[in-house]
Design a protein around this ligand. Structure first.
Ligand code: XIL
Length: 359
């Protein structure tokens, strides 16, 4: 009898750890399903937090882990906000993806880095070592470098160094700053997965080939990299699904982990819509389905590092915060956290049957 009670207690204990309800995205997937969040809102608004915890099992802070927020002055790191986010993730069983240790984008480079007069290489090393060590056991993967390759590629992939963006990092820390960044991150936490993340990897095959050549070069020289992140800020009708599949196929051949790291889908690039019509939502739904399905079909289970949607409610998408000319509805939820048709399209993509490949 005692044994039965102990077993019952144990089962209740297991059950108590489970989150969400029975139609959450992540419950349909055998890989992480994530969402980018605004850290401040996540901590402050219970409703925002509750909805994210309910539907997703992975989280990326959309801004809070970028350079200027974590490292505002030369000797000062600000971990307060993100530590609280990381604690909640840990408690609730969500993975935390760190975005991003190095990026060229002006708004997130602190002024002190822009005006630095010391040795940039040493400064970046210290930046990476401090941040990655701090989040050891809290962050499960990092975007080590974001968007380091240019769009207008003029050189063959093997000469990828010639296609590096002439960023502040390239100019001051040298052409091997990317490989160095991966080495330093691995020294600080050898258990975390390390990603290179970029945009336009689907519709710009020269750029993808260049990124792949860089990653293969790193693998050849035992530089510790684990995966490639496809940002995937795409449109409802572009790029063609065949191009998405081809791009994933090429990346899969590297043997690295593949993440769709910042998925959102624009439907109003011509500005014809004043609201999201049921037809437009249906088109979005179909697009989410085909993209998610393509990911499952092309990327083998052991290489699936997950899909992250870049935000939760349409209104708070970066496109509606000044990054698009027209209003957009690129995400899965309305501003009242009601799942759109797009949400169910995502589930269809996660659950549709994939016939086994003939041996
Ligand atoms: C965006 C954030 O969502 C915005 O809030 C911010 O104003 C600009 O950056 N690629 C990336 C992300 O890697 O970090 C960007 O996030 C979107 C494009």
């Amino acid at each position: 009898m005692n044994k039965v009670i102990i077993i019952l207690y144990f089962l209740c204990f297991l059950g108590a750890g489970r989150r969400g309800f029975d139609n959450a995205l992540y419950q349909h997937a055998d890989f992480p399903i994530g969402c980018a969040v605004t850290a401040g809102q996540f901590l402050k608004y219970q409703k925002y937090r509750r909805n994210i915890l309910c539907y997703f099992n992975s989280l990326t802070t959309g801004n809070a882990m970028k350079m200027s927020y974590l490292h505002p002055s030369v000797k000062k790191y600000n971990f307060k906000t993100t530590d609280r986010v990381a604690d909640i993730c840990k408690k609730k069983g969500l993975l935390l993806h760190g975005h991003t240790l190095i990026w060229h984008s002006d708004y997130q480079i602190p002024d002190w880095m822009k005006n630095y007069t010391g040795n940039y290489k040493i400064m970046l090393e210290e930046h990476i070592r401090t941040i990655v060590s701090h989040f050891r056991k809290k962050v499960s993967s990092w975007d080590v470098v974001n968007e380091a390759i240019i769009d207008n590629i003029q050189n063959p992939p093997s000469e990828w160094k010639k296609s590096l963006r002439k960023s502040i990092w390239y100019s001051n820390a040298g052409t091997d700053y990317i490989g160095q960044a991966f080495c330093r991150a691995n020294e600080a936490d050898s258990n975390v997965d390390l990603f290179y993340n970029d945009y336009n990897l689907i519709n710009n095959s020269k750029k993808l080939d260049t990124v792949i050549a860089m990653m293969e070069d790193f693998l050849k020289h035992n530089i510790p990299i684990d995966g490639i992140g496809f940002q995937a800020h795409i449109l409802v009708d572009k790029p063609a699904i065949d191009n998405i599949k081809k791009a994933l196929q090429k990346a899969v051949k590297t043997g690295l982990l593949i993440r769709i790291s910042e998925l959102d889908i624009r439907v109003n690039t011509k500005g014809r819509l004043a609201r999201l019509t049921p037809e437009a939502d249906a088109a979005l739904s179909e697009r989410y389905r085909e993209v998610v399905f393509a990911y499952r079909k092309i990327v083998p289970p052991q290489q699936r590092a997950g899909i992250t949607v870049w935000g939760i409610c349409d209104g708070s998408s970066w496109y509606n915060q000044g990054y698009s000319r027209y209003p957009e509805w690129p995400l899965l939820f309305t501003d009242d956290y009601i799942p759109k048709q797009a949400y169910y399209g995502f589930i269809k993509g996660l659950t549709a049957y994939i016939p086994e490949k003939k041996k």
